[in-house]
Design a protein around this ligand. Structure first.
Ligand code: NAD
Ligand code: MG
Length: 392
């Protein structure tokens, strides 16, 4: 039995993870679950999976959670609060596997704690890697952690890598990585109409059901931009060897193009339980609950180049990856604030790349020498972008 800590268990990835754990319950026990605000869902999960710990950062909400759990028959879970409690469960010596599924920079310290404690770390929280880059990759290497990507594209690339490949290593014989992108809900919408799109339209992804932040990122194609940076760190590849290819069906999850002309791809239905089941069981395989791919239903697989004019966020991500240092952290913080602003109807959809560009233009890029620097850059960029949002 492997002991699993699910950071962000009440979110979209968290729910898919618990689905896979439920199907394979003979192999796993849940050690800890965490939630930000959705206490009712967390309590339900605690009653079903009976973890040792449930973490709720806010003490008042944690108290509500304690009360609800103590009223039930299965009061086996201790509820703890404070952001540092996320790190406590992520590095706990009784944990084998940490699923990092908190959204945004808020997941950085707990993800890092899992790496520092040498855990098997299943990474969904791409923002943590985007902002901390080599610092997180070094923590993985120095502490013999095992980093496995859950993001479907990166999990696909990992599966197409040479045998024995470990995240962060270079691999010989690769010409380029091909990251596929669905293109999001606005792939075929004229650029001039993007100005007036609504939150509901932006969150209605054609192929994947996901949290609201990543849904908006998919609509701006910043998700692919973040994934480009994520792939660069995970696979030690420079920006010019990572190509983004629009593939609206989301069946080919990504490809590795080798120098001998072979292109290896991983295919499957667009369902996150496949990469989650793969990474949990790796190097073995286990059931995921995902239905088999039906080629008779998927006869048309099409590919096209992305449009950088219509989706400037993708261009910005290529630019910050060429610069590195604190640039990806600036891009990410400005994007998180702008997406939140759009979700709260404070700004237009097309203001998102404008705010990110402003943050990049007015911030000095510095080397990322420590996590304190990452946290400071993140905080300062958030403050700057909030101010810029007032005058947009
Ligand atoms: P979500 O919004 O559905 O869930 C987010 C989770 O994080 C929730 O459990 C929430 O309680 C927790 N959380 C949010 N803010 C927090 C905070 N400040 N402190 C502590 N916990 C907090 O998001 P999601 O779609 O599950 O995405 C999670 C991560 O996985 C993101 O980084 C996303 O980019 C990545 N990802 C998601 C998908 C997907 O299909 N949903 C696919 C690939 C990668
Ligand atoms: Mg993805």
């Amino acid at each position: 039995m492997k002991s699993v800590c699910v950071l962000g268990s009440t979110g979209s990835i968290g729910l898919s993870t618990l689905d896979v754990l439920r199907i394979n319950q003979q192999s796993y026990r849940v050690f800890a679950l965490t939630a930000n605000r959705n206490i009712d869902r967390l309590v339900e999960q605690c009653l079903e999976f009976k973890p040792c710990f449930a973490v709720v950062p806010d003490e008042q909400l944690a108290e509500q959670c304690r009360l609800k759990i103590s009223q039930s028959a299965a009061a086996a879970t201790e509820v703890i609060s404070g952001m540092e409690s996320l790190e406590f469960v992520a590095k706990h010596h009784d944990v084998d596997i940490v699923v990092a599924a908190i959204v945004g920079a808020a997941g950085l310290l707990s993800t890092l704690a899992a790496a520092q404690a040498g855990k098997k770390l299943l990474l969904a929280n791409k923002e943590a890697l985007v902002i901390s880059g080599d610092l997180l990759m070094s923590a993985v290497k120095d502490n013999n952690a095992c980093l496995l990507p859950l993001d479907s594209e990166h999990n696909a690339l990992f599966q197409c890598m040479p045998a024995g490949y470990q995240a962060g290593q270079g691999a010989a014989g690769i010409r380029k990585l091909i990251l596929t992108a669905s293109g999001g809900p606005f792939l075929n919408k004229p650029a001039a109409e993007l100005r007036n799109v609504t939150v509901e339209q932006a969150c209605a992804h054609p192929n994947w059901s996901m949290g609201r932040k990543i849904s908006v990122d998919s609509a701006t194609m910043m998700n692919k931009g973040l994934e480009l940076i994520e792939a660069s760190y995970l696979f030690a590849m420079p920006a010019d060897l990572i190509e983004v290819l629009v593939h609206p069906q989301s069946v080919v999850h990504s490809m590795v193009d080798y120098i001998d002309g072979s292109v290896l791809a991983q295919l499957g239905n667009p369902d996150m339980r496949t990469p989650i089941a793969h990474a949990l069981a790796w190097p073995e395989r286990q059931a995921s609950g995902v239905s088999p791919l039906d080629f008779m239903l998927n006869k048309q697989l099409s590919f096209a180049a992305p449009c950088y004019e219509k989706f400037p966020c993708l261009r910005l991500a290529y630019e910050v990856l060429a610069t590195k240092g604190s640039a990806p952290a600036i891009l990410n913080a400005a994007n998180e604030v702008a997406v939140e602003g759009f979700l709260n109807k404070k700004i237009r959809f097309t203001d998102i790349p404008v705010l990110i560009q402003q943050a990049l233009d007015t911030s000095s890029i510095e080397p990322l020498d420590s996590i304190d620097t990452v946290l400071r850059v993140d905080r300062v960029t958030r403050e700057l972008t909030m101010r810029n949002m007032e005058s947009i």
